[in-house]
Design a protein around this ligand. Structure first.
Ligand SMILES: C[S@@+](CC[C@H](N)C(=O)[O-])C[C@H]1O[C@@H](n2cnc3c(N)ncnc32)[C@H](O)[C@@H]1O
Length: 307
């Protein structure tokens, strides 16, 4: 079930945007453990991603746009003919997408991977509270190097987690998911990528580097390198959707959510503000300054099928 705007294929032609790697000063585990509870200010369901806006939806209802993003990922996994789908969430955070899928696919077997022990514990508690703890498993693991059996998943998806993978082509992540998917299995990746346009100034490049540092990202995926790697690994039906306008209504919530967070959590000093927590306040504020139309960063949903 593909939507009308799915078939925009990105040609792998552009030159790489030169982006030296960032060496974040805080580790991923520390960042997500300390800033993790703060994501409640963004989404009571702990959807740690942006929303997908569909015409007619209420752009003020952030949670429904975040949930719509889950639905869009699921639609692109194309599971209509699979009776008991086995699905893998690559970088599942606190498991909001897994729980959404569990509600929509009563027969599915769902496994989430995260590097962060704090998230494993809390995701499992949220799964149990939602009554799907039996069917949805969250384990600690590295999506670039799992010990999971090959060819054993009908679908795998990385929702705003591929940015943390190594390399501008995210090659290790893609190779591992190619190994894990069965022939005909689908991969869906939704995330920020660098497109073909460069930075307009040295200042914008510095802002990009700060943004990466805040969100513990070494470098964003470069769109054309990413799609070229998919092709090289043997994926087919590679499709790139540019979703900048779809996510814009939820991105527009950032100033309000940030202000509310500062006025409540920070001023009331509910929890000590650590560097990781400040980084999580700063990064979304920087985001529009490096994103299209001002900068080369663009939000894409990329889908592919294992041959
Ligand atoms: C921004 S959160 C997104 C969470 C979730 N996909 C969502 O949309 O709610 C990024 C997630 O990627 C996970 N992650 C980053 N690198 C990873 C790796 N190498 N292996 C597994 N998970 C990873 C982090 O632990 C975190 O849970």
């Amino acid at each position: 079930m593909m939507t009308a705007d799915v078939n925009v294929i990105e040609e792998a032609v552009a030159q790489p945007v030169a982006t030296p790697q960032v060496a974040p000063q805080i580790g991923l585990e520390q960042y997500y453990s300390e800033a993790g509870p703060d994501y409640a200010a963004w989404s009571p369901e702990f959807n740690m991603h942006f929303g997908y806006y569909r015409a007619g939806a209420n752009p003020l209802n952030r949670e429904s746009m975040l949930e719509q993003m889950n639905a869009e990922v699921l639609a692109r996994l194309q599971l209509n003919d699979v009776a008991e789908p086995r699905l893998l969430d690559l970088g599942c955070g606190l498991g909001a997408t897994l729980r959404s899928f569990a509600r929509r696919l009563p027969q599915a077997c769902l496994l989430g991977l995260t590097r962060v022990p704090w998230q494993v514990e809390h995701a499992q508690a949220l799964n149990d509270a939602a009554g799907c703890g039996e069917r949805v498993r969250v384990i600690q693991g590295d999506y670039e190097d799992t010990s999971l059996p090959r060819c054993s998943y009908d679908g795998a998806y990385a929702l705003e987690s591929s940015c943390h993978a190594h390399g501008a082509d995210k090659g290790a992540l893609l190779a591992e998911e190619h190994r894990l998917l069965r022939p005909g299995g689908r991969l869906v990746v939704a995330d920020g990528f660098l497109g073909s346009g460069g930075f307009i100034s040295a200042l914008q490049r510095r802002i990009y580097r700060k943004l990466c540092e805040c969100w513990v990202i070494e470098e964003l995926g470069h769109l054309h390198l990413f799609t070229a790697r998919l092709e090289q690994l043997g994926f087919t039906d590679i499709t790139v959707e540019h979703l900048q306008l779809r996510v814009a209504p939820s991105v527009a919530h950032i100033p309000w959510v940030t202000l509310k967070f500062l006025l409540t959590d920070v001023v009331s000093r509910k929890r000590k503000m650590t560097r990781a927590r400040w980084n999580n306040v700063l990064a979304p504020v920087l985001l529009p300054l490096v994103s299209a139309p001002l900068g080369p960063m663009t939000y894409c949903m990329i889908t592919a099928t294992k041959r």
